[in-house]
Write a protein that binds this ligand. Structure first.
Ligand code: FAD
Ligand code: NAP
Length: 535
């Protein structure tokens, strides 16, 4: 392949998901020449790649959408409380069409490396097919959950049937009729797909390493009255949500009292009411579920009782009952997940006690059994938050490699900026609230902060910006201290990097969205405290 220069742009954005699309929109508004580079053949990011059966949003539909354009939010009609992947992708395509974004997006192109040229003060961005782009600003909108994790099971290449990862699902419909299907993993992706696949497959074998707490989604058609009420003051609704701890659900806020401050009958009534509501409000039943182990245990035991009430075989129910801290892994919502294990064609296999030994040509082998399978589904998640950035060879000043800078964890400031990497921004990077928040809200806040910063620089003849190393150390300590004040670090979650063998364990996302927004605003008011400019 020949190297070809694609010329100079004010900004290159990597990724055309929700973040990259909005970043492009904002930079165009500022008059910057911008090129978005996207590996996929179209827009959508998460919603382009995750096409597995049952894939849908678990943030309430009136909240999981852009708020930046009043006409857009007024004109778009959602069908259900938690829209499906095709519906969300349709929405994102509508946004791309409505704002004519595609002419500035280069699809089917993967960024392989990016170097900061200290001579010119510009980034040089190379793609897999040998093209090179030069830009003043490089903005990584590469996603927190965009690099699938496929564990290196022995013998994986010998399997004679198809293997699908939920995060790289084919575009054509997969028909499981008459098949013996095995699925490994019971996180959100597994929990969403298992009930749907179990409807079609002859037999579904679920290989579970950790049991999973899950709350019913209670998906249903949108309530036209609620929609009308929200649309009458959509801006106010969005503003109220931004003031919530996780940037969402202002209409069903967290109860501001302890689970241990009420009698057990009252506690049960509150859990039950929120269980019937469905969705994330369950985790806001009390204000100390994530702060006090005893309070947490009341929620955990409530869910375990629900599992035992649904699952008919007591041995299977036991296997499905988790024991770890509830909600220290990303909470999961389901539609008939536990009910599915009452079906005769569904088998649950505990691979914690008896691990998978290898994949064989005809299926999968654990220490005590050979499972014959036609298809294997890998639902083992993602190398979250850092994986996608570290796959790209990114080098800052003096050739400093991001892989080296982050060898002991993602040292950066605010999840936005990295010292030694001038004019380089990460949207919802590690150290920002990102995945603990309705992500569209987190993305919009970051995109707007970056756009405002670039606008400021252009208005004040600043050539470059980067964070100060001392500010980064303080920030990473702060993120971890905040997490230590909660029960979040008490289990093996991807928030900690614990799902990837060998990955440095650092708690990556930051709790408390409103406090973070305040910090971002204050430091700007104080002349971009923690940052260094060059003129
Ligand atoms: P992404 O959507 O991940 O987009 C990143 C893009 O960058 C991708 O298109 C990728 O191809 C591209 N890219 C990466 N590396 C390169 C490269 N080297 N070269 C070129 N292109 C590259 N969040 C919620 O708040 N609520 C939900 O209900 C919710 N549901 C989810 C369901 C699933 C199945 C998953 C996986 C995640 C979900 N999330 C949810 C999180 C979701 O990732 C975010 O809500 C949001 O879609 C992220 O958008 P993004 O643009 O930041 O990243
Ligand atoms: P995940 O939450 O990381 O779950 C992965 C599952 O695979 C877990 O059950 C895990 O077990 C298991 N696993 C991992 N490595 C394994 C191995 N080597 N052997 C056997 N089992 C293994 O991944 P995910 O379900 O794809 O979800 C990732 C995130 O994407 C979610 O947390 C959420 O943020 C987002 N998401 C959201 C939705 C939604 O509802 N809108 C849907 C899908 C995804 P352990 O628990 O033991 O590690």
């Amino acid at each position: 392949m020949t190297e070809k220069s694609e010329g100079f742009f004010d900004a290159v954005i990597v990724g055309a998901g929700i973040a990259g699309m909005y970043m492009l929109y904002r930079l165009r508004e500022l008059g910057l020449s911008t090129r978005v580079i996207e590996k996929a053949s179209d827009v959508g990011g998460t919603w382009y790649w995750n096409r597995y059966p049952g894939a849908r949003c678990d943030t309430d539909t009136m909240e999981y959408s852009y708020s930046f354009c009043e006409e857009l939010q007024q004109e778009w009609e959602w069908s259900t409380r938690y829209p499906t992947q095709p519906e969300i992708l349709h929405y994102l395509n509508h946004v791309a069409d409505r704002f004519d974004l595609r002419p500035d997006i280069l699809f089917n192109t993967q960024v392989q490396s990016a170097y900061f040229n200290e001579g010119t003060g510009h980034w040089q961005v190379q793609t897999e097919n040998g093209a090179e782009f030069t830009a003043q600003f490089l903005i990584m909108a590469t996603g927190c959950l965009s690099t699938p994790n496929t564990p290196p099971f022995d013998g994986i290449d010998t399997f004679t049937g198809p293997i699908y990862h939920t995060g790289r699902w084919p575009h054509k419909e997969v028909d499981f009729s008459g098949q013996r299907v095995g699925i490994i993993g019971t996180g959100s992706s597994g929990v969403q797909s298992i009930p749907v696949i179990a409807q079609q497959a002859d037999q579904l074998i679920v290989f579970q390493r950790s049991a999973q707490y899950s709350v019913p989604a209670r998906n249903r058609p949108v309530d036209p009255e609620l929609v009308a009420e929200i649309k009458a003051d959509y801006a106010g609704f969005r503003a109220r949500n931004r003031l919530e701890y996780a940037g969402q659900l202002s209409h069903i806020p967290r109860n501001d009292f302890s689970a241990l401050s009420v009698a057990s009958v009252e506690r049960e009534r509150i859990y039950e009411e929120r269980w019937q509501t469905g969705g994330f409000p369950f985790f806001g039943s009390f204000n100390d579920i994530m702060r006090d182990q005893k309070a947490n245990e009341t929620a955990a035991e409530f869910v375990r009782r629900k599992i035992r009430a649904v699952v008919k075989d007591p041995k299977v129910a036991d296997m499905l009952c988790p024991t770890h801290t509830i909600a220290c892994k990303r909470p999961v919502l389901d539609s008939n997940f536990f009910e599915t294990f009452n079906q005769d064609n569904v088998l649950l296999v505990d691979i914690h006690s008896v691990p998978i030994q290898e994949i064989i040509p005809t299926g999968l082998r654990t220490a005590d059994t050979n499972y014959e399978l036609d298809t294997i589904i890998i639902a083992t998640g993602f190398d979250a938050m850092t994986g996608t950035l570290l796959k790209i060879d990114i080098r800052g000043r003096k050739g400093l490699r991001l892989q080296d800078k982050w060898s002991a964890g993602p040292l950066n400031y605010l999840g936005l900026s990295i010292s030694g990497f001038p004019n380089f921004f990460t949207i919802t990077g590690p150290g920002s609230p990102s995945v603990l928040v309705n992500m569209v809200v987190a993305i919009e806040q970051h995109v707007e902060w970056v756009a405002d910063c670039i606008d400021y620089m252009r208005g004040n003849e600043k050539k470059s910006i980067e964070s100060i190393l001392a500010a980064e150390h303080e920030w990473v300590d702060h993120v971890n201290n905040v997490a230590e004040g909660t029960l979040s670090p008490t289990c093996n979650s991807w928030y900690l990097g614990a799902n990837i063998p060998g990955k440095t364990r650092v708690y990556m996302p930051l709790h408390d969205f409103p406090a973070y927004v305040k910090k971002c605003e204050e430091l700007v008011a104080n002349g971009y405290e923690g940052f260094l400019f060059s003129s």
